[in-house]
Ligand binder design. Structure first.
Ligand code: NAD
Ligand code: HSE
Ligand code: NA
Length: 433
């Protein structure tokens, strides 16, 4: 059979890894795909010192790649929204299949891109966009297609997990670890995407769509980052038997779908609480299978390339297959997507960790517990720290409650003269309890 010709756009961390893996494993990959896969052209502004591209056609115009009549599959690895979107739509318009690692693009413009792809009968594959090398899209979309999925939760940003692990285990400074994550090629071009949970929310949006059969709705995701977590919170959580992880959670409820990214206390005995460094993990709860967990490197050159190349192989395998019966982009047939709403954050339910500074006076604890009781919030545990100062940290673990009630309770606690400053709240998920 004729070789399949691929055009790679962007030759940075992921583009470079993709080129090298395709080259190094060419024989093995051809045995799997049923035909040879050749890199016909590379479109990139910069060359990559890790890649020997001798003999390959190079251009700095990625649109030339998207329009090159020789090319069957365009691999978008430039990142970002605008140029990437135009590039992908141009490739589709020219009848090319597309493989991308760009979660920002899929989460924000995916509905439009998939519609264009369906019209042109081409595939857009995006396994590398979520959790790097972990084949989580394939697992949910194909491996779990028998199930009604109840919820999923994951550590889906490698940079953030790397930062939190290094800070906790080695006491390193935030900025120092972030710089290392950038040097290792883990971080986004704008690392606030990693730290503030935007990147994780992009990925969660994609996972929720393929799990529940809903259109991509990134604008409705709730996002809270890791920059405000203090060493004290990490320590108090550990005293209570928990680890703090930056988690994306999406749960189907009677009222709608939860879509939220925030720091979360997880019981230290839970497997997912022990996922460290750049590793990612996603827990998926299906009605037939129960809970399954997927673990592996969430970022980095070749781990991500592993997913990009697997997508290229997938595309190649379907080139000769019936194009009306491909695996749908969002797992469900496009005409079968549901209009189940995304729940506003104040309508979600979780347990909470609260930390506040109370003045050292008799009766303050009673005031706090009475406010919580008044909102119908049950307390699981309280720690009051003795200090030499005239204010004491009070840490409270609550049972599960509607976020709206917790907002009201926190506002009332913060209004007390006996409480200094604001109340820190971290949500709690009791996996494995
Ligand atoms: N780095 C990771 O671990 C990782 C993992 C999963 C997904 N991703 C995603 O993969 C994509 C690429 O990330 P990366 O880490 O490889 O980025 P990178 O910055 O290392 O590489 C991007 C490359 O694209 C080139 N480029 C950008 N715009 C261009 C344009 N208009 N024309 C020509 N070249 C252009 C840049 O010169 C650069 O070499 C992003 O969407 C990112 O979110 C990255
Ligand atoms: N910046 C992302 C890359 C992988 O998507 C992360 O750290 O997880
Ligand atoms: Na993946």
């Amino acid at each position: 059979m004729k070789p399949v010709k691929v055009g790679i756009c962007g030759l940075g961390t992921v583009g470079g890894g993709t080129y090298n893996v395709l080259k190094r494993n060419a024989e093995e990959i051809a045995r799997r795909a049923g035909r040879k896969i050749i890199v016909e052209e590379i479109g990139a502004r910069h060359t990559n010192p890790d890649c020997d591209t001798k003999g390959i056609q190079l251009t700095d115009d990625v649109f030339a790649v998207a329009k090159n009549p020789e090319i069957d599959v365009v691999v978008e690895l430039i990142g970002g929204y605008d140029v990437a979107k135009e590039l992908v739509l141009t490739a589709i318009e020219h009848g090319k299949h597309v493989v991308t690692a760009n979660k920002a693009l899929i989460a924000v413009h995916g509905n439009e891109i998939f519609e264009a792809a369906q019209k042109k009968n081409v595939m857009v594959a995006f396994e590398a966009s979520v959790a790097g090398g972990i084949p989580i899209i394939k697992a949910i979309r194909e491996g779990l297609s028998a199930n009604k999925i109840n919820w999923l939760a994951g550590i889906i940003n490698g940079t953030g997990n790397f930062i939190m692990t290094e800070m906790r285990d080695k006491g390193r400074e935030f900025s120092d670890v972030l710089a290392e994550a950038q040097a290792l090629g883990y971080a986004e071009a704008d690392p606030t995407f990693d730290v503030e949970g935007i990147d994780a929310a992009h990925k969660l949006t994609i996972l929720a769509s393929i799990a529940f059969g809903i259109p991509l709705q990134f604008d409705k995701a709730f996002t809270e980052g890791i920059s405000k977590i203090t060493r004290d919170d990490v320590q108090y959580a550990e005293e209570l038997g928990y680890r703090i992880k930056h988690l994306g959670v999406s749960r189907r409820t009677d009222k709608g779908v939860e879509l939220r990214v925030h720091p979360t206390l997880i019981p230290e005995s839970a497997l997912i609480a022990n996922v460290n460094g750049v590793m990612n993990a996603i827990l998926v709860d299906g009605d037939a299978v129960g809970q399954t967990m997927y673990y592996g490197p969430g970022a980095g050159s070749e781990p991500t390339a592993s997913a990009v190349v697997a997508d290229i192989v997938d595309v190649v395998r379907t080139l000769t297959a019936d194009r009306d019966n491909r695996v749908p982009h969002l797992a469900f047939q496009p005409s079968e997507l549901s209009d189940m709403p995304i729940l506003p954050m104040d309508q979600t339910e979780t347990a909470y960790y609260l930390r506040m500074n109370a003045q050292e006076k008799p009766g303050v604890l009673a005031m706090i517990t009475s406010i919580l009781g008044g909102e119908g919030i049950n307390i699981e545990a309280i720690i009051q720290k003795a200090t030499s100062e005239d204010q004491v940290p009070v840490i409270i673990l609550t049972q599960s409650v509607l976020e709206q009630k917790m907002n009201d309770a926190i506002a009332k606690i913060e209004a007390l003269d006996e409480i200094n400053g604001s109340v820190t709240r971290i949500r709690v998920e009791n996996f494995g309890r």
